[in-house]
Structures are given as structure tokens and as C-alpha cells.
Design a protein around this ligand. Structure first.
Ligand SMILES: *Cc1c(COP(=O)(O)O)cnc(C)c1O
Length: 396
């Protein structure tokens, strides 16, 4: 038998984490890593945050799961808190980002169905987008590496260039339901939408009766210094997919919508066995307790500015390797002049710094939102040292 017990779909590296402490991860061979990957923007509170641990422990001893056949005081409480602090009027809880996206796609289609326009089923999505790995989510991206061999995909998606407003508007026709877009593309290479682009999509939705569906699975939940990234653009969506940071490491996602946009989501139209169970809700509450502490988001903004300024200072010292930096808040992408995957491995294996590779030669820096200046200084030392000792592979 050659196949591994874990289905071999990931090129796993040989760091095998067994413990986490704040901004650090410890592997089974005792190595200690500065974690600027944060489980791909998931561990918003870092590792082993005492408030999150306590909330989960307490809920585990009380009630873990009952299914959605029963009333949910825990779910109502967290949904209310999200409604109180966002554009949304209603929330569906999921267990992952891709499920939140699925719910968002279904909600958008049902809206037009409920309005007597079932033919308005197409979502316009964008180049280099990433929305997850379910059939709907891979149908919503035009990235060949995620789609190949999985055809036939779900119909009802059209693809425009990211940040090309005119190109997106040109695709609108009688079958258009709306746009599905990340305000800051993550996997695609930390590409922030321009103000004109996102505001222009909002305006087009208002003019044509379309829905703006935002995928804030990676950019949301405090990562940019705002609760959600769209706040930086002065717009609100009609529907939004959320996950990653929302549970601080506990599997949780959510689809948020306005009352109008959710008008088609009536009894029986959607569901999830686990979705929003008491244990997940306790984790979600604990994360919000911390994110809504006075000054927390300002701290993220400040650390984001510090990280950005430090990277900008570092780049000219290694301009044979580094090309530039882009991103917002604590979602920064360091662009290399070579493919980034090998440099990410070099930083990890030789300098104890964890980062994440992304498209377009980007090294993603996604630290826990609780980082302090000293962690940024440590990361810059490791990056600088890493750049100094790095030998670009000859086939790059
Ligand atoms: C990670 C991600 C997803 C998918 O989330 P999963 O929890 O892996 O299903 C969807 N959209 C964006 C923007 C993401 O970054």
C-alpha cells in the first residue's frame, strides 16, 4: 500500500507542531517557530489564548451539540452580536469558509428566485479568486489548478479581471445575480481591491438590482484593523461569507445577509448538522469578547502600520530578492522577484519564521492579531537574515 493514511492532497513540510504558545509554535522535535502564518489567518488570538480555552472548556462540560432541531440560545446570542456590529440582519453558521461561500451563493440565487427572476442566476467572479474547495466554490474561480479533473462544474459563474471595473460591468446581462468578490484577495496574492473597483461594483448592484456578495473569509474579523475589510472602502455588501478568524482555531464560519438579500432563505431551503452548535458558539463568543475589547482593533491597525513600515524599510536592503509589499493591516504580502514557495521553506527551516506562500510570488505575513512590536522586530530580523542567507534555486 503506497498511499498514506492521510489522503496525500497536501505537500506537507516536515515541521510537526505539537504545542502553541501565543505567537510561537513548538514542533515535535522541540524547535520553536515565530508564527506569522497563524494557521492561515485563523489563530487571530494566537495559540492557547486563556479566554478562548476557558470558554471552550466550560462549554464542553455543559453542552457540545444538539443539532438544529432545537432552539439555540447560544446561536441566537452570537448571531445577535454579529447583527449588532455589521450591515447584516441575519446569520447562518457553518463549519468552514467554503460552506459560508456556498450559503452565500445559494442566498443570492434564492433572492432572485423569490423576486420572480430565477433566470438571474449568474455570479460574476474574478481572476485569481479563491473561495474554497467545494464544487460551488471551485466553480466560482477560474483557477485551472483547482478545477482540473473535477468537471463538470456548477454553471452560473462568469469571470472578470480583478480590479477591472469596466470588464466586470461589461459582463452584466439578464442572467446576472450579482458579484462575488474578496475585498483583499488572499490565496491569489494579497491583492487589495481598489476603492474605485469595490465602490463601482456596489454602485452597479444598486443600479441594476444585483447583489454584492463579499468573501471576507480571510480579510475579515479584525485582520485589517476594521472588524471587516469592506469598512475600509466605505461600502457594505448584501451578503458576506466569513470564517477563518471567527473561531480563533475552532472550525466555524458564517454567512451574513441583509433581511432583503435573505428573503428567499425560508424554512427548509438550507441546513447543516453541526452548524452553529453550542461548542462552536462558545468559541465564537470568546473571540468576539477579545476583538471588541476597547482598543483591540486600534492595536491591529497600529501593528499593521508598524509591520508595513518595517517591510518597506527592509526591501531596499535586499532588492535582489524583494520587489515590494502590498496589503492592509496585518494582511501583508511581500512580493519576491522569484517564486515564493522556496523562500517560505527557507525562512521556516533555517530561521524559525512561519509564513505562507501565495500566488504571484507573494510571501504572506498573517500574524495573530495579538502580536506586539517585539514580535515584528523579531520577524524582521529573521526575514533579513533569511534574505541574506538565501540562495535562489537555479531553476527559478
Ligand atoms: C480560506 C478561504 C476560503 C475557504 O475556507 P475553508 O475554511 O478552507 O473552507 C474561502 N475564501 C477565502 C477568501 C479564503 O481565504
Amino acid at each position: 500500500m503506497a498511499i498514506t493514511p492521510l489522503m496525500p492532497v497536501y505537500p506537507r513540510c516536515d515541521v510537526r507542531p505539537v504545542r502553541g504558545e501565543g505567537v510561537y509554535l513548538i514542533s515535535d522535535d522541540g524547535r520553536r517557530f515565530l508564527d506569522f502564518a497563524a494557521g492561515i489567518a485563523v489563530n487571530a488570538l494566537g495559540h492557547s489564548h486563556p479566554h478562548l480555552i476557558e470558554a471552550i472548556q466550560e462549554q464542553t462540560e455543559t453542552l457540545m451539540h444538539v443539532s438544529n432541531l432545537y432552539g439555540s440560545p447560544q446561536g441566537e446570542k452570537l448571531a445577535q452580536r454579529l447583527v449588532d456590529n455589521t450591515f447584516a440582519d441575519t446569520v447562518f453558521f457553518t463549519n468552514s469558509g467554503t460552506e459560508a461561500v456556498e450559503c452565500a451563493i445559494k442566498t443570492a440565487r434564492r433572492y432572485h428566485f423569490a423576486n420572480g427572476h430565477p433566470e438571474r442566476h449568474d455570479l460574476i467572479t474574478f481572476s485569481s479568486a479563491f473561495h474554497g474547495r467545494t464544487m460551488g466554490a471551485i466553480s466560482a474561480t477560474n483557477q485551472a489548478k483547482m478545477r482540473e479533473g473535477f468537471e463538470p462544474l456548477a454553471p452560473g459563474f462568469k469571470y472578470a479581471e480583478f480590479n477591472d471595473l469596466d470588464g466586470a460591468l461589461a459582463l452584466i446581462d439578464d442572467n446576472t445575480a450579482g458579484f462575488l468578490v474578496e475585498p483583499i484577495q488572499g490565496e491569489g496574492g494579497i491583492r487589495p481591491a481598489t476603492d474605485e473597483f469595490l465602490q463601482g461594483l456596489r454602485k452597479a448592484c444598486d443600479e441594476h438590482g444585483l447583489l454584492l456578495v463579499l468573501d471576507e473569509v480571510q480579510a475579515g474579523y479584525g485582520r485589517t484593523g476594521k472588524f471587516f475589510a469592506h469598512e475600509l472602502y466605505g461600502i457594505t455588501p448584501d451578503i458576506m461569507a466569513v470564517a477563518k478568524g471567527i473561531g480563533g482555531g475552532f472550525p466555524l464560519g458564517a454567512c451574513l445577509a441583509t433581511e432583503e438579500a435573505a428573503k428567499g432563505m425560508v424554512f427548509g431551503t438550507h441546513g447543516s448538522t453541526y452548524g452553529g452548535n453550542p461548542l462552536a458558539m462558545a468559541a465564537g463568543q470568546a473571540v468576539l469578547d477579545v476583538i471588541f475589547e476597547p482598543g483591540f482593533l486600534d492595536h491591529v491597525t497600529k501593528m499593521g502600520e508598524r509591520l508595513r513600515a518595517s517591510l518597506e524599510q527592509l526591501i531596499p536592503n535586499h532588492d535582489e530578492l524583494f520587489e515590494g509589499v502590498r496589503g492592509k493591516g496585518l494582511m501583508q504580502g511581500l512580493k519576491l522577484k522569484h517564486p515564493s514557495r522556496d523562500f517560505v521553506a527557507h525562512l521556516r527551516d533555517h530561521h524559525g519564521l512561519l509564513t505562507v506562500a501565495a500566488g504571484d510570488n507573494i510571501v504572506r505575513l498573517l500574524p495573530p492579531l495579538i502580536i506586539e512590536e517585539k514580535h515584528i522586530a523579531e520577524a524582521m530580523e529573521k526575514l533579513s537574515e533569511g534574505a541574506r542567507t538565501y540562495v535562489v534555486p537555479s531553476d527559478d
